[in-house]
Design a protein around this ligand. Structure first.
Ligand code: UDP
Length: 325
């Protein structure tokens, strides 16, 4: 296969390019380098199965050109990270809704197999835990900036499924839960790279609120494996929505303690009130757990990594990066 990976120089996208190439496929990374970096794909530069296009997904001609000879698209490009979302709502909506429309319209005209990356954020304040794909979703008010991200992604889901239904786009929607691993940066707020960097620097770990909120962390290797499985099993995957995540649930406070233990750091914990941690326009989600029965049954998805093994990898990679910096 030749696969267009939008957001291909980002954290998940670059790992997907690695996996595609190691499986003998051609990866075309398409990225505007707004949050992705050339460093993430530097090791692939010059590889005969890799090419890179620097462009914006709102640029229909660039998308058209990059998709021209591709058999599939994995659409990961998006504005991400709570800080960017809350501070740049217009850009978030334009890229995450309008940019996705552009990618999907081109894919639809070409009838190219398409995976659209959605997010566990779409469950919002849903009280059904663990959350399954058919559960109702529950957003906060549009006056709270955070929800523009979930809302744009939910719109992307509707649009992909509508193009599938009415125009035969072979579309698959994937709701990614918290995904972690090497190359993820803490710059946009993500908790694990932040805690590991803080612990290795001997600084206090910044637990927001009282740390009783929970998340489930899935390794990026498990996630990109699931994306490839969806492309390979498009006979069962097309027209479906899948949760992809690891149901192992942990509180943020116990995550901080585990990072301190595993790094052997002398750091302590600093509890930061949400009002100090985030700009206005924030509402915390207190619990988020995926129900992955559907991906398990239809795709044989079974996350292999544990939180400890993920942290081992992240600690080693942050350590390496700091040493070479
Ligand atoms: N968090 C934290 N300290 C940090 C960064 C994040 O306590 O330095 C918390 C955050 O409030 C949330 C969880 O960690 O409850 C996961 O945050 P992240 O931004 O990684 O993902 P998301 O909120 O999108 O699940």
């Amino acid at each position: 296969m030749k696969v267009l990976v939008t957001g291909g120089a980002g954290f998940i996208g670059s790992h997907l390019c690695d996996l595609l190439i190691s499986a003998g496929h051609h990866a075309v990374a398409f990225d505007d380098l707004s949050t992705g970096t050339l460093e993430n794909v530097a090791h692939l530069s010059g590889h005969p199965l890799f090419s890179f296009v620097r462009a914006d997904i709102r640029d229909a001609r660039a998308v058209e050109g990059a998709m021209a000879s591709c058999d599939a698209v994995v659409h990961l490009a998006a504005r991400i990270g709570l800080k960017i979302i809350v501070e740049s709502p217009l850009e978030t909506i334009e890229v995450n809704a309008r940019g996705t429309e552009t990618v999907l319209e081109v894919a639809s005209r070409r009838r190219v197999r398409t995976i659209v990356a959605s997010t566990s954020e779409v469950y919002g304040h849903s009280t059904r835990i663990p959350s399954a794909e058919s559960d109702p979703i529950c957003f906060g008010s549009p006056t709270i900036g955070r929800w523009s991200y979930a809302c744009a992604k939910a719109y992307d889901e509707f649009y992909a499924l509508a193009l599938h239904q009415e125009r035969g786009l072979p579309a698959i929607v994937v709701r990614l839960f918290n995904t972690v691993g090497p190359r993820q940066t803490g710059r946009y707020g993500m908790v694990i790279p932040r805690f590991v960097t803080q612990a290795l620097a001997g600084e206090p770990l910044t637990v927001y609120g009282d740390g009783t909120q929970t998340r489930c962390f899935c390794s990026v290797d498990d996630v990109v494996g699931a994306l490839l499985a969806m492309l390979e099993r498009s006979d069962v995957a097309v027209g479906q929505v899948f949760n992809i995540g690891n149901p192992e649930e942990t509180s943020i406070e116990s995550l901080a303690k585990l990072v301190i233990e595993m790094t052997g750091s002398a750091s302590g914990i600093r509890y930061v009130p949400f009002s100090d941690a985030y700009p206005v326009g924030f509402e915390e989600i207190m619990r988020r757990v995926p129900n992955i029965d559907k991906a398990r049954e239809l795709l044989g998805f079974s996350p292999r990594s544990t939180l400890r093994s993920i942290l081992d990898d992240v600690i080693a990679s942050v350590d390496r990066r700091e040493r070479t910096a």
